[in-house]
Design a protein around this ligand. Structure first.
Ligand SMILES: Cc1cc2nc3c(=O)[nH]c(=O)nc-3n(C[C@H](O)[C@H](O)[C@H](O)COP(=O)(O)O)c2cc1C
Length: 314
């Protein structure tokens, strides 16, 4: 028998969203220290996992702090997804396999996965049933949008629930809405009312007040935060407590530790990968433009670390 829930849905959940290119182990580890209740790997292509497992496993390697932890996969073929799930079955410490049914990127949509599944609910159901049946993890989940170009959120969500998923995350936009159309919290509320399983609301939640408003309005079991956590891993403490003061010294120490973990995990290439984080972290600081220009020209980890410490000590 599969173990029961390892996510405690009896308390309001605050989760870090999967963000390809951002939510690698060092970032998830940083966010976890501020109280994120669940972290999710970046989207892992089931095709890549099956055909190039050695390179792909790094995408979902987890930190001991990540408990519970979900791995997100995408796919458009029952056969490949089955093989991907069998590979994931060999890894301990994963609580949920999450299916991506919302990614709008043209490459993913053309391949028939991500948000393309919102146009083929039969295939979406078949893939979810397959994960549910083949996975040895305690949970199966899915992250959806409201539809491809039309809002059919309740229909999509019902198909997911009927497939046996244990919980659902809803990004309150259609695929066509991209990342900037107005988030439809009413549609998320309708989904929550129509379903018996836990539902997590996602989209443009960036403050304690907004999180409270969305939770109260939709009745959802939690919220998932994506862009609001970029350059602000401490947002989870603020979202949960309502206090919005993280001292500059703590921020500096967190950023330096995040950098150290990047180098430890990715080797010297971590210097280049950390630039985008530094761009976010330095927002609002004086002379941020100069700092970014300098950082973009440096490749030596020791020197970059010193610059980071100095800049964030101002
Ligand atoms: C850079 C970037 C990468 C993303 N990667 C993923 C991904 O791998 N899987 C996924 O389900 N959603 C992904 N998303 C969508 C987010 O998880 C989230 O649903 C969306 O950004 C809305 O939430 P937010 O307003 O809190 O950012 C990504 C979004 C961005 C901006």
């Amino acid at each position: 028998m599969k173990p029961s829930y390892s996510i405690d849905f009896s308390t309001t959940q605050y989760w870090l969203a999967p963000l390809a290119g951002w939510t690698d182990l060092p970032f998830r580890q940083t966010v976890k220290k501020f109280g994120a209740d669940l972290t999710v790997s970046e989207m892992v292509s089931s095709n890549a996992l099956v055909h190039n497992p050695k390179r792909t496993v790094k995408l979902f390697e987890k930190s001991p702090l990540e408990d519970p932890y979900a791995v997100q996969i995408n796919g458009n073929s029952v056969d490949i997804v089955t093989k991907a799930v069998e590979i994931l079955n060999g890894f301990d410490g994963i609580d949920s396999i999450d299916l991506n049914a919302g990614c709008p990127s043209p490459k993913i949509v053309r391949s028939g996965s991500g948000s393309a599944l919102l146009q083929d609910l039969g295939l979406l159901q078949e893939i979810l049933l397959t994960i549910k049946k083949r996975s040895n993890k305690s949970m199966t989940s899915v992250k959806i949008r409201l539809g491809f170009d039309k809002k059919i959120g309740v229909d999509v969500a019902k198909v997911c629930e009927d497939s046996g998923v244990d919980y659902l995350v809803v990004h309150g936009r259609t695929k066509t809405g991209g990342y900037t159309s107005e988030v439809d919290y009413r549609a998320i509320k309708e989904i929550k009312s129509a379903l018996g399983i836990p539902v997590i609301a996602n989209g443009d939640i960036t403050s304690f007040e907004k999180a409270r408003e969305v939770l109260d309005y939709t009745g959802c079991d939690g919220v998932m935060i994506g862009r609001g956590a970029m350059g602000k891993p401490w947002i989870f403490e603020q979202l949960k407590s309502g206090s919005s003061v993280t001292s500059p010294e703590l921020k500096r120490d967190v950023i330096v530790e995040h950098f150290d973990n990047m180098i430890q995990f990715h080797g010297n290439y971590g210097v280049v990968m950390f630039r985008k984080h530094l761009h976010r972290y330095s927002k609002g600081y004086s002379k941020a433009t100069n700092f970014r220009d300098t950082i973009n020209s440096l490749e030596d980890a020791k020197e970059v670390r010193e610059r980071i410490y100095h800049f964030f000590s101002q």
